[in-house]
Design a protein around this ligand. Structure first.
Ligand SMILES: Cc1cc2nc3c(=O)[nH]c(=O)nc-3n(C[C@H](O)[C@H](O)[C@H](O)COP(=O)(O)O)c2cc1C
Length: 303
């Protein structure tokens, strides 16, 4: 029997599979489909200090092997999440979640993170400096000095583990990850959706109301794999690998590249049972790869 447990910065997960932020809401919809307690953890929707309505529609444009989305961080604000949604989720999910904290200034990131830090439902705080769909969303994550500044400010206000979520749209993702590590991050999550767009052939106009969005889904997998591979070799902190994962084999490949745990994103939108199916298929897939402890897969491609 394969041991699926992994240790993510001190949080022991029954398996490495985590629905990625923004593709699983606050878990409540999926609680109707299956027992959420089978999941390694849940990364909840990106949350800001104040409620946000999000971007105008259309917000989703399909493409080969993925989708270009521009949601614009629609969320009810951190206080509503902490006081109402997380206690509601607790009825269905007994483990700790990963809270995705967003902001429009280093101070806002730190304030949102501090309010999540006070919630006993939260195990890890994921700082989203890489949202491609809000004005200035990518600017914090594009430079080592701004990543350092945001991480440092969050670190000062937070006792729980801090992960920083990075964008693939940078010249050197290793440099950005190192800046997060230097500022005290306990881990990095990579990657967020990659800036992208679609144009309607008939109207000759961008399909998305926001014109541009972020590419996610299967098309992103090799890009994410490369980022995880590079960052694993550059930092000592754990990496959560996200991007295009849709099968148990993808999970193992991402772990070989260096991921300790993985996020499953857009696949949840295509197949609501995606995470459940992947978790059920993991033991047999790991066995086929000769793994007794799945955790041993992490970084195997570097050895
Ligand atoms: C509809 C949608 C909403 C998303 N919202 C967030 C978010 O709020 N915070 C965040 O950090 N990432 C967000 N993401 C990015 C995903 O968590 C993930 O990093 C990215 O989509 C790549 O993984 P995938 O190819 O498995 O979807 C969103 C992605 C999608 C498709």
């Amino acid at each position: 029997m394969v041991n699926l447990k992994v240790n993510l910065a001190g949080m022991i997960l029954d398996n490495p599979v985590i629905p990625s932020s923004g593709t699983f809401g606050y878990g409540l919809d999926h609680a109707r489909y299956y027992d959420l307690n089978i999941l390694g953890s849940i990364a909840i929707k990106g949350t800001t200090l104040n409620p946000r309505f999000g971007n105008p529609t259309p917000r989703v444009a399909e493409c080969a092997s993925g989708a270009v989305c521009s949601i614009g961080l629609q969320n009810p604000g951190v206080d509503e999440v902490v006081k109402t949604l997380l206690p509601e989720l607790k009825k269905y999910y007994r483990k700790k979640v990963i809270a995705n904290a967003c902001g429009f200034s280093a101070e806002e990131f730190a304030e949102v993170a501090a309010r999540f830090d006070a919630s006993d439902s939260v195990g890890i705080i994921e700082v989203n400096v890489s949202c491609p769909n809000v004005e200035s969303g990518l600017s914090f994550g594009s430079y080592p000095n701004t990543v350092y500044e945001v991480t440092k400010k969050v670190r000062k206000r937070v006792k729980k583990a801090v992960f920083v979520k990075l964008s693939p749209m940078v010249a050197d993702i290793k440099e950005i990850a190192c800046a997060a590590e230097e500022a005290g991050a306990d881990g990095v999550t990579l990657i967020n959706a990659a800036p992208a767009m679609r144009i309607d052939l008939k109207t000759k106009k961008p399909v998305l109301a926001n014109k541009k969005g972020g590419l996610s889904g299967k098309a992103l997998f090799p890009v994410a794999l490369r980022c995880v591979y590079d960052v694993y070799g550059a930092v000592k902190i754990p990496v959560v690998g996200v991007g295009g994962i849709s099968s148990a084999e993808d999970v193992i490949e991402m772990m070989y590249a260096g991921a300790t745990a993985v996020g499953v994103g857009a696949e949840n939108l295509v197949e609501p049972f995606a995470c459940k199916k992947i978790i059920e298929e993991l033991p047999a897939a790991a066995e086929r790869c000769g793994l007794v402890n799945l955790a041993d897969a992490t970084g195997a491609a570097h050895r």
